[in-house]
Design a protein. Structure first.
Length: 117
């Protein structure tokens, strides 16, 4: 096994997306995982994408709206967002989450290369 297959979150510099959100990304050829930190009050606006998404809240809590249905997702819980479904989120507390996307969110990789977050 090469070092390219082992990734340590502590060795990955956070990418500032907004003043309220940062992320660390590890991408394979068909899936992407991101460690995302949202400050309390951070808003992820309504959007949709091709990728199926699983969001696992490690710390904190989120108010999520998926396909018009609102729920509170707390530490230890996972929300499933199917491909193409509109969704949004608000951090109710400082929140650390893991997002898994398949297929890879190519727009996130382009953002990293462009430096736009």
């Amino acid at each position: 096994m090469t070092d390219r297959r082992i990734h340590r979150w502590d060795d990955i510099a956070p990418e500032k997306v907004t003043e309220m959100m940062s992320r660390k990304i590890v991408a394979g050829s068909r899936a992407l995982i991101a460690q995302v930190y949202l400050k309390q009050g951070a808003l992820v606006p309504l959007h949709a994408h091709e990728s199926e998404q699983l969001t696992y809240v490690l710390q904190g809590s989120l108010r999520v709206v998926v396909d018009g249905e609102e729920a509170i997702v707390r530490a230890g819980e996972v929300v499933h967002i199917p491909s193409g479904i509109a969704h949004q989120a608000e951090a109710l507390a400082d929140t650390l989450e893991l997002d898994v996307f398949s297929p890879v969110r190519e727009d996130w990789l382009v953002d990293r290369l462009d430096g736009d977050g």
